[in-house]
Ligand binder design. Structure first.
Ligand code: NAD
Length: 374
């Protein structure tokens, strides 16, 4: 980074990042993300501490989330996570499996209540989208913000019981107004820094939760007059994303709907190796907002160790960390622009390859992105 802006000068204290590469392609793509961060953040005191997580941690210590790893995360300003899991650990009991025993406890421990999943379809990669070319021409960039700690997945009672001689399964959907306000406030703030267009998704025609969701979001809209707010029922949202993804910018929704819609949006881009994600917590560490940043995809055991994984999801996750945890927006934009330039110049890993492009491996893609930093 050559031109130091006011916002970068404002970062005076050192920034501590817990680096958890994990399993499969995790370490390969993480190495590229760290190199891009080092190249882009010159003059900023970024301190990385690498720790074991997932299957690698089970092999070394017997636990998917060892104490030492959790302690390092607690002492850090953010977590940069790779991915965990793979066939080697699939026969373990469900509660000991890498994702369940590492990622879920981390989300819980740090109260990561907001999941941000950008669904970016680059103009040069629209052919990867399963949608018709005329629908995705020019690409799209939608940010799906999902509430992550409330709703149907956590409400009590949650059980299967016996009633009149048959099994009955019960899940309970609960949202407090304060939980809705917290995620909606974040969504308005993020929308205000993008195209000022926010779509709130609910099911107010059927669910009490939907009624409360809509009324809280509507009430909050008064505090953000520059953001244009619209509401969609979840079934309609699922259709409209396919009909015209370019009409959307920021989407906010509750946990279950967000789980499904964020995957639908990811699929519309057609390239999982390109998609980053952020899970933001309630914790504020001095000037920094705590968060966990990771690719949307998994550990891709089918291509691990071959040097062919796409590092872009991990690199863009690192850029999201700079933006959302450390307020280093200009550097995050620089990384984003370098990725776009590299794609525009025809560099492709195997997952996004197309005729007449330059097929490269993980390390070459990382190097090309570093060269395209301004
Ligand atoms: P996956 O995302 O790992 O792989 C699905 C497909 O996408 C594979 O063909 C893979 O090669 C490809 N892919 C994914 N990321 C890629 C990249 N960066 N570059 C190129 N291709 C890429 O999903 P899966 O196969 O269902 O799961 C594999 C393992 O990952 C499982 O053990 C699963 O539990 C775990 N997983 C972990 C996380 C996480 O750590 N957050 C998330 C999802 C899955």
């Amino acid at each position: 980074m050559n031109s130091e802006t006011t916002e970068e000068k404002a970062v005076t204290k050192s920034i501590k990042v817990a680096v958890l590469p994990g399993d499969g392609i995790g370490p390969e793509v993480m190495a590229q993300a760290i190199e891009v961060l080092n190249a882009a953040c010159q003059g900023i005191d970024l301190q990385f501490t690498e720790r074991l997580v997932g299957g690698a941690a089970i092999d070394a210590t017997g636990k998917a989330l060892p104490e030492e790893t959790l302690e390092t995360c607690s002492a850090s300003d953010a977590i940069l996570f790779g991915s965990v899991g793979g066939p080697k650990w699939e026969s373990l009991p469900p509660n000991e499996q890498p994702e369940r025993a590492a990622l879920l406890p981390l989300r819980k421990h740090f109260s990561l209540f907001a999941n941000l999943r950008p669904a970016i379809c680059f103009p040069e990669l629209t052919a990867a989208s399963p949608l018709r070319p005329d629908i995705v021409a020019g690409g799209f960039d939608i940010l799906c913000i999902r509430e992550l700690t409330g709703g149907l997945y956590f409400g009590k009672p949650k059980e299967t019981r016996e009633e009149k001689g048959e099994k009955v399964a019960i899940d309970t959907m609960v949202y407090r107004a304060s939980e809705i306000e917290r995620i909606a406030r974040l969504a308005f703030e993020i929308a205000g820094a993008r195209k000022r267009q926010l779509t709130s998704v609910d099911k107010m025609n059927v669910l009490e939760n939907g009624l409360l969701w809509r009324s809280v979001v509507k009430q909050l809209a008064g505090s953000y007059p520059d953001v244009e707010l619209s509401h969609l029922l979840v079934d309609n949202a699922a259709m409209q994303f396919i009909r015209n993804p370019r009409a959307f910018d920021v989407v906010v929704t509750e946990n279950t709907f967000g789980d499904i819609l964020s995957d639908e949006l990811a699929m519309l881009t057609g390239s999982i190796g390109m998609l980053p994600s952020a899970s933001l917590g309630t914790g504020q560490r001095g000037p920094y907002r705590f968060g966990l940043y990771e690719p949307s995809g998994g550990s891709a055991p089918d291509i691990a160790g071959k040097g062919i994984a796409n590092p872009i999801a991990q690199i863009l996750s690192a850029a999201m960390m700079l933006q959302y945890s450390f307020g280093l927006d200009a550097i995050a934009k620089n990384i984003d622009a370098a990725v776009r330039k590299t794609i525009a110049a025809g560099y492709r890993t195997r997952d996004i390859d197309s005729p007449d492009c330059k097929l490269v491996g993980t390390a070459e893609m990382g190097a090309a992105i570093r060269e395209n930093l301004s």
